[in-house]
Write a protein that binds this ligand. Structure first.
Ligand code: FES
Ligand code: FE2
Length: 336
């Protein structure tokens, strides 16, 4: 059961280049995305109302999209405006238009039935990739897994000490030993913790022999992860003090089908904290870590599917995933 009344990340903004037609699937719905001449994103149902050919195999004609099976042409609002060989266009000749917005560098699409309920104010703000205050790199990854397994992973960073022992764990057993505080926020959780007395490695050694690390992220339905990992001199109490290093990670998990999800991610730091070369290295490590997640989560999904009714063993590590899943269950139950 999907939550339909929500904004979902459909693409990086740069993927919807002028003149390009992009096919996407979100919560089992086929979408076609393109950009008008004025730069506005159009998201339509990717299913021609005539005989259900995908419009993503069609042709852009100015701001309109023509189905290249029998030639019906659709305006950006989804109305059919031409039927070859038939002057009369019935009112029912249309495809659904989904509200779409770019916020930060993500293209968001509202998947709810009621377009009037699509409040752009509910889209979480994220840093644009070209924001001069930061140096960021971006990528994406497809998972053969249910999106909530990826959410579980992001809501329990204790796995950094094990799944990412040699990449993001960075010799920080505290990820597993330290329980974070969790505060409810709109459709999500804020997760925060201090990781004290950490010995930085690699190029972070220049920060000092020991540092205290403040890790804070907002996790918002369906899987938006907005994290700051901030390095301070040892003994720092206030995470708003001037930091030594300020890392940014912004990610979004989008359910495509029951067993496929797309994971959008950006990683970097304040522009003064890293050279381009260093941000490339940081990003390479991050990408390697995300492949570690993918391997373990896809394997986990296969084992779950072998025996779907089998109960898991709850531990204190599961507080975040458990709370978030309860929120999602409540959203599904309320018909969101
Ligand atoms: S299926 Fe699109 S025009 Fe026939
Ligand atoms: Fe991970």
């Amino acid at each position: 059961m999907w939550v339909r009344n929500a904004w979902y990340v459909a693409a990086w903004d740069h993927e919807i280049a002028p003149g390009r037609i992009a096919a996407r699937t979100i919560v089992d719905q086929p979408l076609v995305l393109y950009r008008t001449g004025a730069g506005e994103i159009v998201a339509l149902e990717d299913r021609c109302c005539h005989r259900f050919a995908p419009l993503s195999l069609g042709r852009l004609e100015g701001d309109d999209l023509r189905c290249m099976y029998h030639g019906l042409k659709f305006a950006p609002d989804g109305r059919c405006i031409e039927i070859p060989g038939q002057p009369l266009i019935p009112r029912s000749a249309c495809v659904r238009r989904y509200p779409a917005r770019t916020v930060g560098s993500w293209v968001w699409v509202w998947m709810g039935d009621d377009a009037a309920a699509a409040d752009p104010a509910r889209i979480p703000s994220s840093v644009a990739l070209d924001d001069p205050a930061y140096r960021l790199r971006a990528g994406q990854l497809d998972y053969a897994a249910h999106y909530l397994l990826i959410d579980d992973n992001l809501l329990d960073l204790s796995h950094l000490s094990f799944a990412h022992e040699k990449t993001l764990g960075l010799n920080m057993p505290q990820w597993a030993d330290n329980r974070p505080t969790m505060t409810p926020i709109d459709r999500g959780l804020r997760v925060q913790r201090w990781l004290r007395n950490h010995a930085p490695s690699g190029f972070m050694k220049k920060l000092g022999e020991r540092v205290d690390v403040w890790n804070s992220y907002d996790f918002i339905f369906p899987g938006v992860f907005l994290q700051r990992t901030v390095f301070f001199p040892p003994g720092t109490q206030d995470p708003t003090d001037t930091p030594l290093f300020y890392r940014v990670d912004e990610q979004a998990v989008t359910p495509m089908t029951e067993r496929s999800s797309r994971y959008f991610y950006a990683a970097g730091a304040r522009s003064g904290d890293l050279t381009d070369d260093r941000v490339d290295r940081l990003f390479d490590v991050t990408k390697a870590a995300f492949h570690e997640d993918k391997v373990i989560i896809e394997a986990q999904q296969k084992l779950i599917d072998l025996d779907p009714g089998r109960p898991m063993l709850p531990t204190s590590l599961d507080a975040g995933p458990t709370r978030f899943r309860k929120m999602v269950e409540a959203m599904v139950a309320s018909g969101s």
